[in-house]
Design a protein around this ligand. Structure first.
Ligand code: FES
Length: 108
């Protein structure tokens, strides 16, 4: 898809791929939402910044094996499904991403 087609489908330009560290998320405000962009084996994933456990920021979390680990109580969230490693914790919202060359777009 071209950048114009992505915008028509509700995607917003988020950042350059090079801005996202390998083992940490990159925080970006997209369409008024505070999101974290994380590298995965498939490319890039975008999730809400706030952890669904106690609504604390995961901006200083660790990205490891397609999951983000919250820095507060170390709950792990799958970057594809949003599911938590803790059964009773709700999932984190995951947003569609799309890469055009080195530009990351997020549907949010
Ligand atoms: S606030 Fe994230 S695991 Fe508790």
């Amino acid at each position: 898809m071209t950048p114009e087609e992505l915008k028509e489908q509700g995607f917003h330009e988020a950042c350059k791929l090079s801005q996202i560290p390998q083992i940490m998320p990159f925080k970006a405000t997209i369409n008024g939402r505070s999101l974290l962009l994380c590298r995965t084996a498939e490319g890039v994933s975008a999730v809400d910044e706030m952890c669904p456990h106690k609504m604390q920021s995961m901006a200083f979390g660790v990205v490891h094996e397609d999951s983000i680990i919250c820095p507060h109580h170390q709950y792990k969230f799958d970057l594809q499904t949003g599911k938590s490693s803790m059964r009773r914790c709700p999932p984190v919202n995951v947003y569609d991403t799309y890469l055009v060359e080195d530009t990351v777009y997020v549907k949010a």
